[in-house]
Design a protein around this ligand. Sequence first.
Ligand code: HEM
Length: 394
Amino acid sequence: MQINLIDRDLYATAGPPHDQLAWLRANSPVHWHEGEPGFWAVTRYEDVVHVSRHSDLFSSSRKLALFDEMPEEQIALQRLMMLNQDPPEHTRRRSLVNRGFTPRTIGALEQHIRDICDDLLDKCSGEADFVTEVSAPLPLYVICELLGAPVADRDKLFSWSNRMIGSQDPDYSDSPEEGSDAAMEVYAYANQLAAQRRANPKNDIVTRLIQPNEHGETLDENEFDLFVLLLVVAGNETTRNAASGGMLAFFEHPDQWDRLVADPTLAKTAADEIVRWVSPVNLFRRTSTADQVLGGQQIKAEDKVVVFYSSANRDTTVFPDAEVFDIARDPNPHIGYGGGGAHFCLGNHLAKMELRILFEQLARRRPRLRQTGPARRLRSNFINGIKELPVTIG
Ligand code: HEM
């Protein structure tokens, strides 16, 4: 079988190449993937978890966790972010930001998220684009709430986020430099926001994160700005595309939609099944720190190793009926939020809550939602994204 797991045009037309990934899991689970640079493609659940949990053997800091076809300036900025660091530097920063994302802190946002969903659903009717009307604004408004950003800044954040993540998609960006410029603008914006909160503290997560913890430690100014930049990308595009991809999955499996409409409390398990099924984050990259064996292959120090969550989440040794979209699946040990290591998704409680509330409200309030045209996919091998999903709201 011809293997190309990074061809962006392929993702733009058909989404993740599940046939190739299934072939690799069965025949070459740790596979040398030609390219510039070449890398080991890791496709089985067990191996993805192993790589994720051993940051001493598979570093996030030696090279970026993403493919680094980006301008130098953006690479330099990326290298400073928590996502691209290893313990102990990563551990210190992570423990400082964890306090903003505990189940309790996030749980307190439940009513607010319900109100946002209600508002969005109140506003849309008739023919609409689900992405523009529902799945894009929801996480964006939630991030603005976390940041204490004024409502007037939502459009700016929306455009920055699209330009960063869509830097390889001509609909969002004319050149990779645009993504880099957008990142610099968010970085400057975060700086202003922090200055305002220092001068005028509020009851939001930003204020909490710029204050010292119980040991008197805090993120320095630069670390804080970088964290906001990370949040804008990590918290927006992922949840947006989980919601869009989840909606598309329901259109493709109308029996599951009928099931949710009959019992909207299934939105709780559906929120996990959607993330398993869609795997909004397709992959992350690590660099091997030593000569070592993985999945029977001899890997050399400095080799690039790419874990494919989209593949691990369809591994039949863990999910016997992996090709079935089953919104009541329980247990559901998917690794759409990461394989459980140091970088495990900081926003997982928040994302789950947003998806649960959104799909519960959709099923209750918009049971006749229908797709009216083809979904248009993002040209990206990193985010499994949908740019447009025409619907009639009913
Ligand atoms: C990291 C997925 C939503 C913030 C990650 C990772 C994945 C992921 C796969 C990397 C895990 C690893 O390397 O082991 C997702 C998905 C989401 C989602 C699928 C939605 C369905 C969010 C939200 C936020 C967020 C809502 C914040 C508001 C982060 C941050 C990191 C991260 C800050 C980096 C953590 C670190 O380096 O320690 N996410 N995420 N994510 N996510 Fe999410």
